[in-house]
Design a binder for this molecule. Sequence first.
Ligand code: SF4
Ligand code: SF4
Length: 489
Amino acid sequence: MIIKTKSVCPECKKVIDAELFEKDGIIFMRKTCPTHGEFIERITDIKTFERDHNYLKLLYKYIPSSDIPECPHSCETCTTHKSPIVLGIIDVTNRCNLRCSYCFANAAVSGWLFEPKFETIKKEIDFLVNQDPPAPAVLFSGGEPTMREDFPELVKYANNKGLFVLVATNGYNIASSLEYTKRLGDSGVSIIYLSFDGLTNETNTEKKNHLIIDKIIDHCRQTNIGIVLVPTIIRGLNDNQIWPIIKFASQHMDVIRGVNFQPISFCGRMNKEQREKQRFTISDLKSTLEKQSQGVIKGKEWYPVPTVLPFTKLFEGITGNKAITFSSHPLCGEATYLFKDDEGNLIPVPEFVDVDKFMSIIEKHADEIKNANKLSKSVKLLSLLNELLSTINFDKIPRNLKFKDLLKNVILNPGDMNALTEFHSRALFIGAMHFQDLYNLDIERLKYCPIHYVTPDLTRIPFCAYNGDLGYRERVEKRHRRQFTHKNG
Ligand code: SF4
Ligand code: SF4
């Protein structure tokens, strides 16, 4: 099997042809620059790839692919990007209270400050809200966003505009002050996105926030802020922490809502040997977790993000409102849900729900539900519900999960969040997103990215273009930075 795509040369960054091919059960990307030669990079395993390919067909049904000749070098003026913004990211400062050795963006190390003014960030927030459809969520990032004195006011502004607010943080300012955490909660922070690389000194080498995690959890619990742990996984450094982190999260499920793994993406130039030593893919993550958990979470129990596309259509059909589409490329990210039973066992939801069948039933009925009048809509929803019940294995379902009621609630009363809230109090989201670098960049993936940076110039740039050494971040920060002094730091 050979799939043609486009990428860039990691040296000169010119767009070049690339192909995905299989060798011994592994999918590689191969690309050749006329000037800088051939590059081969490991992407995933064949099982994951074949399944992702089916979901790619589904994605193309919703949003057909097309050639965008200037991609990925014209994001700031591009009007043909494929996906709406599901998550907008706003960098609010490059100041930080830590000095991690790999971070050159830190104001105190680089000597310059990138910290857009309050009024500029308000405009960036407005930019997100004014998208069509409006972006539902914003992630404030940095540096360490909580270093800004006016940060709670920024959160309040975004929250008042209807955005779901997340904050990417190392957790130190939250651990050190309950009062400050409360201010964040009162301003409207829903989730902290906590960079968290492991539970030991050897694996959490730089941030060491495993030493303060109990305090972070305690302060978030008291202020009603949820936590998503975000481990960056590097082969040979912390890939032994995947199951321990999930188990740890499951012990604090009233506060920790999920774990979102990020297999490492590389910055700058690296030789093949160094890359192979550290490269970790989503398929590596799934197979490692299957081994570490002794089969509790199997690789086949993960699903690529576009799996939920039919749900969007159904939701639109039921409510009559435009819903946001989770239309990232299947190779970008996968997820599953774990449910905790009364004995404390973690049970992946796909163990008792046939997810493929479930989604194909929704896909089959969503259009007719959308086009039906009020009366026949109710009848059709009831018959959909009955059909969906056939995808559930009631012998395997945890006794403390009233899944039938949950389903009934979601389908027949989508505005009522009680049943979903109840489900989430016992469920843990497990996700993985493999950010791209110059070596594995697949432009087909980038075109569908739903995670965008908003810049002070009020432009939107997909995450992997902005952070992927294509020059966007450098140009934007250069235009808006100023000299760092200890007075402004
Ligand atoms: S990545 Fe998206 S925004 Fe950027 S050039 Fe390509 S299609 Fe346009
Ligand atoms: S951020 Fe990168 S990996 Fe994630 S959806 Fe966008 S292009 Fe894909």
